[in-house]
Design a protein around this ligand. Structure first.
Ligand code: NAD
Ligand code: DAU
Length: 340
């Protein structure tokens, strides 16, 4: 039996991971440590309130007192806590540096002092920068870091700190760099969750630039199973890239969602592009597949259908998130950024 500290467990991937972990490792104790920013939502975990192996602790990873208390008796840390949205990092980079960089360092220090058995850091393929649309190149564990957005730069810095704690203090770390996730409980600011919820509200889908930017979309459950495997079988000090060879242009993703909801092209609206927009991400996941035997379980179209169904059936969940703060953010992002 292990005590697992999940930071950012009230967010999108973190809450899917908490559910996944308690289902696949019911003997373990899970502590969800989360600051509950705009992206953190305890509703995501309301079904666990009577589970004696689940506990929620409100706290900030950048606050060493909060972290020290939560770290007591912990065997494994899985660090999801982060500011995660690229567009918000362009509007206001400071919280990204504080949470993603300082927060990760505070957590690392505390994990070192508590002598945890494993510190797993959840990172992103965005640290590698952008690939050319016409090239066949993919990111792998050897790709040099070249982050372009303040978000990506802050995640890159956090990855370096995690590696440094392994090299310098022998903290038993692992890192995963994953491609774009989608699925239940994703805050409606990312492309897929925003497209579905806008369409369900009768609104259009905003497409940045020409819509030909490419991402390797992966269903969140497959990310959870990959992290699980890295925790069970991964080699300490190593990085694993996670992706599913599903390199898809944004416009194609949007057309699939339109089709699933019975809408046509009239619901697409081209808007001002994202500054410094990374053209293409693609992952070569050979290492985690060959060395750890990881295999994704979900096929893209099927997972899009599952996700659309989830948002249709859980309208209360996302409608309550489209509050004043959300609408203010939406206005700043989509109507106040000038001409296309
Ligand atoms: P999210 O924005 O949905 O959730 C982040 C969670 O972290 C929220 O619950 C929030 O309250 C919490 N949090 C933020 N600042 C905190 C702080 N200072 N202290 C404690 N908790 C804090 O993010 P997500 O999409 O679930 O991403 C989770 C992690 O996975 C992030 O580290 C992100 O970089 C990484 N990642 C995300 C994707 C993706 O496609 N979403 C892909 C690869 C990697
Ligand atoms: O690659 C992993 C990363 O994926 C994670 O590290 C980040 O936390 C996560 O936010 C995500 O970053 P992206 O910037 O790729 O995801 P996002 O959903 O914001 O955008 C996906 C693509 O869709 C990107 O090319 C921008 C475009 N887009 C996005 C939004 C929100 C639009 O065209 N319109 C939109 O309204």
């Amino acid at each position: 039996m292990s005590k697992v500290l999940v930071t950012g467990g009230a967010g999108f991937i973190g809450s899917n991971f908490v559910h996944y972990w308690l289902k696949t490792h019911p003997e373990d104790e899970v502590v969800n440590f989360d600051k509950l920013t705009y992206a953190g939502n305890l509703e995501n975990l309301s079904d666990l309130k009577d589970n004696p192996n689940y506990k929620f602790v409100k706290g900030d990873i950048a606050n060493s007192d909060d972290v020290k208390k939560a770290m007591e008796g912990v065997d494994i840390v899985v660090n999801f806590a982060a500011e995660s949205h690229v567009d918000r990092s362009i509007q206001d980079p400071a919280p990204f540096v504080i949470t993603n960089v300082v927060g990760t360092q505070v957590l690392l220090d505390s994990a070192k002092n508590a002598k945890v058995k494993r510190f797993h850091h959840v990172s992103t393929d965005e640290v590698f920068g952008a690939l050319k649309l016409e090239s066949k190149e993919k990111f792998n564990e050897e790709t040099k870091y070249s982050p372009n957005s303040p978000y990506a730069a802050s995640k890159a810095a956090s990855d370096h700190l995690v590696r440094a704690y392994f090299e310098t203090y022998e903290l038993p770390i692992t890192i995963t760099n994953c491609s774009n996730n989608f699925g239940p409980y994703q805050y409606p600011e990312k492309l897929i969750s925003l497209a579905i919820t806008n369409l369900l509200e009768g609104e259009k889908v905003p497409v940045y630039g020409d819509g030909l930017y490419v991402r390797d979309w992966l269903y969140v459950q497959d990310h959870c199973s990959a992290i699980d495997l890295v925790l069970q079988k991964g080699k300490v000090g190593e990085t694993y890239c996670i992706g599913v060879d599903n390199d898809t242009p944004n416009i194609k993703v949007i057309r699939l969602i339109l089709e699933a909801l019975g809408f046509g092209e009239e619901k697409i609206e081209h808007v001002t592009d994202r500054p410094g927009h990374d053209r293409r991400y693609a992952i070569d996941a050979t290492k985690i597949k060959k060395e750890l035997g990881w295999k994704p379980s979900f096929q893209f179209e099927e997972a899009i259908d599952l996700t659309v169904k989830w948002y249709k059936e859980n309208q209360n969940w996302w409608k309550s998130l489209r509050n004043k703060d959300y609408l203010d953010y939406y206005k700043r992002q989509y109507t106040e950024r000038g001409e296309k």
